[in-house]
Design a protein around this ligand. Structure first.
Ligand code: NZQ
Ligand code: ZN
Length: 394
């Protein structure tokens, strides 16, 4: 086991009607709040926005609002939020939504506390030192941003999708009402499941050895997420299954299953370029890239991929030919994505030309290599992009 230091301060509150607690939870930290959300019809027509505002105003908070968050959230809206927080001396940022909204809230929170251009932090020109406290009312179990130390923002002008990571942006609380997720369109549920499972994979497919407990915790999260995905796809109003996915989203990405080990993250890094270039939703980039990536790297650590095949995908172990077991795991993973209806080829996510592969590979690698299970350079990334065009088995 590698050395580690880990903290996860997020209070998770799961219950029906959790929104009603928003005011008193924020009040623990500040007397003023910026509420950020998608600002689309779903938020208004469902009455969600008003219910949250009532809870905040009912607690006597000074309230401000930042609607208009888009999937793959952008820097321009972050600047607007920072302006409001500075002008009105706001002390807390509350996200109502999924990962894009929570990431926007985190960006506003660090940007307000930073005496310079917030994008510098995402470019790594300065380190994240402090932030306003952040909380979330989660509507989409997927990214785990509601408990994570990350925020991912896109700069439309440069087509760069970049992240920051710091414990200071871990949310203080997340309110989880499974009923809020009954309205999720099937494809959002699917992308969310692909994403939460991938967060465990990025940690599980590690070059470190000697992590039995977190291996088994990660396996449990992946098995449970697959099981409950099937339940909610059959019955979108299954409260318990929706609740399970909400909890999985948090524990898959709050960092606990990554303690004591090197982590890979090559698939996320490559996927971020597809989102930055073509505005493709996050989960879809992963269901396309992960099978191509696994196929490309599994020989670097056959026992690990064979363990995944047996313990997570339920494959029969072939003791004599563990490579065959690993390959069976890949087949089963593809079959699971197919069952969900998640896209599996570049074509399906609208990438019809290889014109940008080299530029995206360059951005992904940033002059070095990505991933740990098999470090990948630009040429490797281009090969994986090409393999993802058809995503056919070896
Ligand atoms: O606008 P509409 O059509 O209503 O759709 C919204 C939203 O645009 C819909 N939605 C959300 N909750 C709903 C709902 N529709 C009906 N009922 C509900 N309860 O979902 C659409 C997508 O939302 P978004 O917030 O974009 O999705 P997600 O949670 O997948 O977030 C994706 C973003 O998070 C980043 C991704 O890169 C991407 O930018 N990530 C953040 C991470 C982090 N901070 O730790 C880690 C992840 O790996 C990821 O990179
Ligand atoms: Zn992700």
């Amino acid at each position: 086991m590698d050395d580690f230091s880990f903290v996860s301060p997020t209070r998770m509150i799961l219950r029906r009607g959790a929104i009603a607690l928003a005011g008193e939870e924020v009040k623990r930290y500040s007397d003023s709040v910026l509420l950020t959300h998608y600002g689309d019809r779903f938020i208004y027509d469902s009455g969600l926005r008003d219910r949250v505002m009532n809870a905040l105003e009912g607690a006597g908070l000074r309230c401000f609002e930042l609607p208009g968050v888009q999937p793959n959230p952008t820097l321009d809206l972050v600047y607007k939020g920072i302006e409001i927080c500075r002008k009105e001396k706001v002390g807390f940022v509350l996200a109502l939504g999924g990962g894009s909204v929570i990431d926007t809230a985190k960006a506003v929170a660090v940007g307000t506390a930073y005496d310079g251009d917030v994008w510098d932090l995402y470019l790594g020109k300065a380190s994240v030192e402090q932030a306003l406290p952040v909380g979330s009312i989660m509507t989409l179990p997927a990214t785990g941003s509601e408990g994570s130390n990350g925020s991912v923002i896109t700069n439309m002008a440069t087509k760069q999708k970049r992240d920051i990571m710091s414990d200071v942006i871990r949310p203080a609380f997340t309110l989880m009402d499974p009923e809020l997720t009954f309205t999720l369109p099937r494809k959002q549920t699917v992308y969310g499941v692909v994403d939460m499972i991938s967060h465990v994979m990025e940690r599980y497919f590690s070059s470190s050895v000697g992590n039995d407990l977190t291996d088994r915790m990660g396996e449990a999260i992946m098995v449970s997420a697959m099981h409950n995905a099937r339940r909610v796809l059959k019955n979108p109003a299954d409260y318990d299954a929706r609740a399970e996915l909400m909890v999985s989203s948090v524990v898959a990405h709050n960092g606990l299953v990554g303690i004591g080990r090197a982590q890979d993250w090559a698939s996320h890094c490559m996927g971020a370029q597809l989102s930055g270039y073509y505005n493709i939703v996050h989960g879809a980039t992963l269901s396309v890239l992960i099978p191509a990536w696994v196929e490309y790297v599994y020989r670097s650590n056959v026992p690990r991929f064979a363990q995944f095949a047996v313990r997570v995908m339920g494959a029969e172990p072939d003791w004599v030919h563990p490579e065959e077991t690993a390959k069976e795991g890949i087949r089963r993973l593809r079959a699971f994505y197919r069952e969900l209806g998640a896209p599996q080829t570049m074509q399906e996510i609208g990438v019809r030309s290889d014109a940008d592969y080299a530029a995206m590979a360059k951005l992904a690698c940033g002059g070095g290599k990505i991933g740990c299970i098999r470090p990948l350079g630009e040429e490797d990334v281009i090969r994986i992009f090409r393999a993802a065009e058809t995503n056919s088995e070896e």
